[in-house]
Write a protein that binds this ligand. Structure first.
Ligand SMILES: Cc1cc2nc3c(=O)[nH]c(=O)nc-3n(C[C@H](O)[C@H](O)[C@H](O)COP(=O)(O)OP(=O)(O)OC[C@H]3O[C@@H](n4cnc5c(N)ncnc54)[C@H](O)[C@@H]3O)c2cc1C
Length: 395
């Protein structure tokens, strides 16, 4: 414990010395650095901050130093996270490679794959996207139809993926493909890494109601993929897919901690926008809703801590299985609360008469709904909880 406190002091001092002042506030989407071949830094300070963190391996603090990671143990990594949060230091590198693929590769990849891809992820050289969902295969992911045929020295991939976030900006895609159409659906799937620059890969952005196009449909038309890009055993990709989803859901259960919205806590918004009566929020319903929300968030925070301690102690616990559902549903409640508190000030879409935080409110309200779908819908999470946590009988 004393070592950990010493480590905390060192981290605090290091952050003080190395985190530029401008990087000590939440990043807007335009201010996030995603790396990749086409990645550009939003500012010189963002570059400096990224380089300092990368050089310590702290873009992936818990990964082995041998692959460029920070080599921290879970408690040290937690201290780093807490100290960054204390000064509101930005995430230096946003990356599906760091959050999802890397942990899966470290567990299931062979040495050559780790050497090739892990350091490139830590260094932000390659931007990855996720090729799981297909038209017709979302919640029922194992029914996916994109197929990869064995052609001797390579696989030939045909099919399409949908809702591929930022496929048009990504360099590589990690993909689930069907390699044995005759097998039971979960048993005929493999996990393949595909260079987006391969001939036959094309991407069509999907325009959203917001006017933005973060989603794409990704097409594979006779794409040759070297066999060395198969992760794990042939037809064993479903286990890797599920392990990766655990990392994705963990990430999503913690969403919001780095977003501008995080700054507008409902209680703070209440002080700014609501009428008070004798020191209490005058609207009894809103007062009660706020207390419910605060209690829920406190409980979620404690459960996160419990999950962390259980994992560090090597205790198997079902608690992480409920966190994606709880975290993303709580974000939805928070957004609804903010709109109720801010009234028409929370309904602005554009215009100088609104503050930046006000303009953000409606976009993030819409996004909060998407978060209960991405990475497995809330209904599907409830099914998982019913089956694996509560052990309810299956229909
Ligand atoms: C913001 C965002 C980003 C995403 N990014 C990616 C990405 O990068 N890569 C990728 O591969 N995918 C991505 N997705 C897709 C996402 O994984 C799917 O949308 C999700 O798995 C749901 O699948 P679906 O859209 O096909 O809905 P469906 O599976 O068709 O579900 C439709 C409705 O039916 C309900 N339902 C389905 N099955 C059951 C059941 N058994 N019991 C009860 N209810 C059920 C669902 O809860 C939902 O309400 C993203 C989605 C979002 C919203």
């Amino acid at each position: 414990m004393q070592d950990l406190e010493q480590f905390r002091l060192e981290v605090r001092q290091w952050l003080q010395d190395n985190c530029p002042e401008s990087q000590r506030q939440p990043a807007t989407p335009e201010e996030q650095y995603w790396g990749g071949r086409g990645g550009h830094f939003p500012s010189d300070d963002a570059r400096l901050w990224f380089e300092h963190m990368r050089d310590r391996g702290w873009t992936a603090p818990e990964w082995p130093e041998a692959y460029g990671g920070g080599g921290l143990d879970p408690r040290q990594a937690r201290v780093l996270k807490e100290e960054m949060k204390r000064i509101q230091a930005r995430t230096p590198l946003y990356s599906l490679g760091v959050w999802m693929l890397g942990p899966a590769l470290l567990e299931f990849g062979n040495e050559a794959q780790k050497q090739r891809h892990i350091r490139a992820i830590v260094n932000g050289e390659i931007r990855w996207c996720q090729g799981y969902s297909e038209p017709g295969s979302g919640s029922d992911l194992a029914s996916l139809q994109t197929r990869a045929e064995d052609r001797g020295d390579h696989y030939l991939v045909n099919g399409s993926k949908i809702w591929t976030t930022s496929a048009d900006k990504s360099d590589w895609i990690f993909c689930l493909v069907r390699t044995d159409p005759a097998a039971k659906k979960q048993e005929g799937i493999s996990f393949l890494l595909i260079d987006m620059a391969s001939p036959g890969v094309s991407v069509t952005p999907i325009e959203l109601i917001s006017g933005e196009s973060e989603f794409c449909q990704t097409f594979f038309d006779n794409v040759k993929v070297p066999k060395e890009n198969l992760v794990g055993e042939l037809n064993q990709g479903w286990s890797i897919a599920k392990a990766l989803l655990v990392h994705e859901r963990k990430l999503m259960s913690e969403l919001g901690s780095d977003s501008p919205r995080q700054q507008v806590a409902p209680t703070a918004a209440a002080r700014e926008y609501l009428a008070f009566d004798n020191g209490r929020i005058a609207d009894a319903q809103l007062r009660s809703d706020l207390v419910d929300y605060d209690m829920q968030m406190h409980a979620i925070g404690l459960t996160h801590f419990r999950c962390f301690e259980e994992k560090a102690a090597g205790v198997q616990s079902p608690a992480p299985l409920v966190m994606k559902y709880l975290g993303t549903e709580a974000e939805k409640v928070k957004s609804e609360l903010l709109l109720a508190i801010m009234g028409s000030r929370g309904l602005g879409w554009e215009g100088d008469e609104f503050t930046a935080a006000e303009l953000d409110t409606l976009r993030l309200w819409a996004m909060s709904k998407a978060m209960t779908i991405a990475g497995g819908t809330s209904e599907v999470q409830l099914n998982v909880i019913a089956k694996n946590v509560l052990r309810l009988p299956q229909s």
